[in-house]
Design a protein around this ligand. Structure first.
Ligand code: GLN
Length: 485
């Protein structure tokens, strides 16, 4: 069963080859067996099994959604009623959410079973899952290496077959980069496609939830449930949700693939480059053709992001003050002292760094020089994509400049860490959808991700293009050594 995709498990549930309770048990056992990966922060077998039981009852009547009875792991950034929801932080280490995020509600309505809450970088700030208060997550492809971040727990869980699929969030790459480093299919939808209600905010104008799955078909199944307008999120877009599985098999003959020269320049590991080139060659065989495009402001994306994201974070994180919920410091003299001690004890180093950068960038004397300037750059970066899409249908390139790196290798060097996001951050700044798919391996048997970037709200096409590739390749079926039984 563990080798089956969500689509295959859905069929197995309907054929009564297995029940939802049996499936949930199987994955709960694996979560326990491989707990050294540290992929989960919270597992609650009783809750999971009682959800599975209810889903079995629904399946016995008439299954109304392909995902009914499927266990899915939730990134611990999504509030789930009655579940501990920590966002990887000490400051929320005692926070039991009193309500559901819209994504969690939608999964519940579809009869999806929550397998537990996955580990993540603290407040989703990181690219390696090393900033979590709950400790580093190990990459199943090599436990000495990081799984990527910030959705590293979700990615490690799906890669090790501890869950058939999981949710993630992506502010600057946190779905796509861990998907790439763990050999998975990870989709960051267009800004506004999925409700952010109940998804703990990092940088509100960039955050977007999405699926981390094995295949494009599975990602489509999850997106079908997750996408849609939500009156509780004023930035969600009121556009109909297509059935993303319907277009998966569309012909891609004549597809114009834009290759931005800036994504293939120095800084890209040569082995990653080779894998990406052979993936592009595969698309040529499928009838697509390549056009050269340029994204001239690409090199400004990292500095722009690392002004805007911390600025928004400094504002969003002001609510964690010990007064309302979460941790409260014990020994304090007055209110101000309570705020200060709570935040000093509750936040980790990376979060504090971001709050300080963000507060500085927003301060009266520097607002124009940093924040306003970054907003202008953001516009130029979005404009680059708009122009590029005049001559192509999708843009392709690497997801990450390297394959997985050693735990500890970059944790003392924030700038080296930030450079991981060089190919993923521009799409968030422009609000566009991005998809990472397995494309091959380097000489150390580490997975390489190919990134597909689409026009605004063109998720269906990205999934279609990825699905056609996955019909003729088998990279996405490879299981990390030792996790195949
Ligand atoms: N690695 C980036 C950061 O640290 C992006 C994180 C994310 O997408 N949540 O901000």
């Amino acid at each position: 069963m563990i080798e089956k995709t969500v689509a295959e498990l859905s069929a197995a549930l309907r054929r009564k080859e297995i029940s939802s309770v049996e499936l949930a048990r199987l994955f709960l056992e694996r979560i326990d067996k491989y707990k050294d990966l540290n992929a989960f922060i919270t597992v609650d077998a009783d809750r999971t099994l009682s959800q599975a039981k209810a889903s079995d009852e629904r399946l016995a009547r008439a299954a109304n959604n392909p995902l009914t009875g499927i266990p899915v792991a939730q990134k611990d950034i999504f509030c789930a009623d009655g579940w501990l929801t920590t966002c990887g932080s000490r400051i929320l280490s005692n926070f039991v959410a009193p309500y559901n995020a819209t994504t969690v509600d939608k999964f519940n309505q579809a009869g999806v079973v929550c397998l537990g809450k996955t580990n993540m970088d603290e407040f989703a700030m990181g690219s390696s899952n090393e900033t979590s208060y709950y400790g580093v997550v190990k990459n199943p492809w090599n436990p000495a290496l990081v799984p990527g971040g910030s959705s590293g727990g979700s990615a490690a869980a799906v890669a090790a077959r501890l869950a058939p699929a999981a949710t993630g969030t992506d502010t600057g790459g946190s779905i796509r980069q861990p998907a790439a480093l763990c050999n998975l299919t990870g989709l960051k939808p267009s800004y506004g496609r999925i409700s952010r209600y109940g998804m703990i905010a990092f940088a509100s104008s960039l955050d977007q939830g999405g699926p981390i799955a094995r295949t494009a078909e599975d990602a489509a199944l999850l997106l079908n449930v997750m996408a849609g307008f939500d009156p509780r999120d004023s930035t969600s877009v009121d556009e109909p949700v297509p059935d993303y599985t319907q277009s998966l098999n569309n012909d891609i003959k004549g597809l114009r693939i834009g290759l931005p020269k800036e994504y293939f320049s120095q800084g890209l590991n040569p082995e990653v480059m080779k894998v990406i080139e052979s993936a592009i060659a595969e698309f040529n065989k499928l009838g697509a053709r390549v056009v050269d495009v340029t994204l001239p402001n690409s090199q400004l994306a990292i500095p722009c992001y690392y002004v805007l994201a911390p600025a928004e974070a400094s504002s969003n994180l002001s609510r964690f003050d010990g007064a309302r919920y979460g941790l409260r410091a014990k020994d304090y003299t007055d209110l101000l002292d309570m705020y200060c001690k709570t935040r000093a004890e509750g936040f980790g180093a990376e979060v504090k760094r971001r709050i300080m950068i963000g507060t500085y960038a927003l301060s009266a004397g520097y607002y124009d020089a940093y924040y306003l300037k970054a907003q202008k750059l953001r516009r130029l970066i979005a404009e680059d994509f708009r122009k590029a899409f005049e001559t192509c249908d999708v843009i392709m390139g690497p997801t990450s400049p390297t394959t997985a790196f050693r735990i500890g290798e970059k944790s003392d060097d924030p700038v080296a860490m930030y450079l991981n996001d060089i190919y993923t951050v521009p799409t968030n700044l422009a609000g566009l959808p991005g998809l990472s798919i397995p494309a091959g391996f380097d000489s150390r048997n580490l997975p390489v991700g190919l990134q597909l970037i689409g026009k605004y709200f063109d998720e269906a096409r990205l999934l279609n293009v990825a699905h056609r590739y996955q019909q003729v390749t088998d990279w996405h079926n490879r299981i990390p050594p030792g996790f195949d039984e």
